[in-house]
Design a binder for this molecule. Structure first.
Ligand code: LLP
Length: 421
């Protein structure tokens, strides 16, 4: 939604509403979400992958409006905590369209999810089978289960989000999987319907899935033979990249992966598997823009020009966590000032609180100006903290020229409400 790189962003708009106006009306910092952009991306997935079950990974950004929107677009929702589960249910998402994830789901979370009737619980370990069975069988209800596999494929744009390898916490190693499958199959309250894998985040091409598929399909065949069952589903997780150098090849995935799975099944004498994917970032990252107001500027002893804004690592921890890079645009006024090298920093009490190092901004940027940081729809609000007791920003949905706060700004009163003195 915000791509131009020019100093003349006097009245740049998202969803038909000028960012200047949004900053004035809702204050700063504020997350702005172009909901038509999210809808368009949901539709693109459904068009490209008509026979694949698409769920939205709620960890990227979840609130009732967002859950309702993706459900309206025909997507399921992947949730990974009691909080995400509650929000999705409250938004009216059909329970059977929910998938529960997590490597450390508590007994309480499992019980709540089973009682709510979630469509799939993705079992992450052998001991989780027992904990899930304990809350499933007494209800006299058969919970459908996917078994998460770590197929030994490293993928993803950063070590912190590579989740398919041998030396990380998620899933069950290939060698252990038939045993864990047997454990699931031995429980009357559980039905093993398929396998799941999530290889990592910020993946661009189909290579990692192609590398993982032979082992996964061999495993489906081995489980079928060893336990005399038919598995129906294979979820290939999310991790679809966005942006320069990381743009996920959706068409390539659609062309190659479903057909590779069909061929692989035929080759092994297996019935066709229903495929599922669960992108988060790819659906929402680009739909988001964060607005900040400049609080002040200064030159450090090194000569570096620091532009300090009223947010920072509490609303965007990604530069500090992953070395993520962002563009920054002056919005709300035009200027003919020359470009100057700038480092945009936040308000928090550590020097690592840098939003964008070595960018360029008009040299006359000063206190009171509004800056926009695009590409902040995924893993920003959802990872926000109240560090330094800074309340979290609101989320403002814009579409067709109208704006609506879908998550209100947190207040100091909210923060004080938890402080019992
Ligand atoms: N499915 C599972 C089981 C996952 O763990 C994840 C992300 C997804 C789907 C969605 O992945 P996506 O399509 O959004 O890449 N905080 C990090 C990203 C962490 C991703 C964790 N799992 C960041 O800001 O880059």
């Amino acid at each position: 939604p915000l791509t131009a790189r020019s100093a003349d962003h006097g009245d740049v708009a998202v969803g038909g509403v000028a960012l200047r106006e949004l900053a004035a009306r809702f204050g700063t910092p504020a997350y702005v979400l172009d909901t038509e952009d999210v809808r368009a991306r949901c539709r693109a997935y459904r068009r490209a992958l008509p026979d694949v079950d698409v769920s939205y990974a709620g960890k990227a950004f979840l609130c009732r409006a967002m859950a309702g929107l993706v459900a309206e677009e025909g997507l399921g929702v992947d949730v990974c905590s009691a909080g995400e589960l509650a929000v999705a249910l409250r938004a009216g998402v059909a329970p059977h369209r929910l998938v529960l994830h997590g490597n450390a789901k508590t007994g309480q979370e499992l019980a709540t999810a089973v009682a709510a009737g979630v469509g799939r619980v993705v079992v992450d370990s052998a001991d989780e089978v027992d904990r899930l069975a304990a809350v499933s069988s007494p209800a006299g209800y058969v919970q459908h289960v996917l078994l998460r596999i770590a197929p030994g494929v490293e993928a993803g744009g950063h070590p912190s989000v590579a989740t398919g390898g041998d030396d990380q916490k998620f899933g069950v190693p290939l060698a252990d999987a038939p045993g864990v499958a047997g454990r699931i199959l031995s429980r009357p309250g559980l039905r093993l319907v398929g396998l799941h894998t999530h290889l990592g985040s910020r993946i661009r091409d189909t290579g990692p899935w192609e590398r993982a598929l032979p082992a996964l399909l061999d495993l489906v065949a081995e489980i079928a033979a060893r336990h005399d069952v038919t598995l129906d589903e294979l979820s290939l997780g999310g991790g679809h990249g966005v942006g320069p150098g990381e743009e996920f090849d959706l068409d390539g995935f659609a062309r190659r992966i479903p057909s590779a799975v069909r061929r692989g099944c035929a080759l092994r004498g297996l019935p066709a598997l229903r495929l599922a994917v669960e992108p988060g970032r790819a659906l929402v990252a680009r739909a988001g823009v964060t607005l900040y107001r400049v609080v002040g500027t200064k030159h450090a002893g090194s000569g570096r020009w620091f532009v300090a804004v009223d947010g920072g690592m509490s609303d965007n921890p990604r530069p500090a966590l992953y070395g993520a890079r962002y563009d920054v645009h002056l919005v709300g006024r035009s200027t003919a000032a020359p470009w100057a090298p700038a480092t945009v920093v936040g308000r928090h009490c550590e020097s690592g609180d840098v939003l964008a190092r070595d960018v360029t901004l008009p040299a006359d940027v000063a206190a009171g100006d509004v800056l926009a940081v695009p590409g902040t729809g995924a893993y920003h609000h959802s990872m926000a903290s109240t560090y330094n007791l800074v309340p979290r920003p609101p989320v403002v949905a814009v579409a067709d020229g109208t704006a609506r706060e879908i998550v209100r700004r947190e207040t100091v009163t909210d923060l004080m409400a938890r402080d019992l003195g």
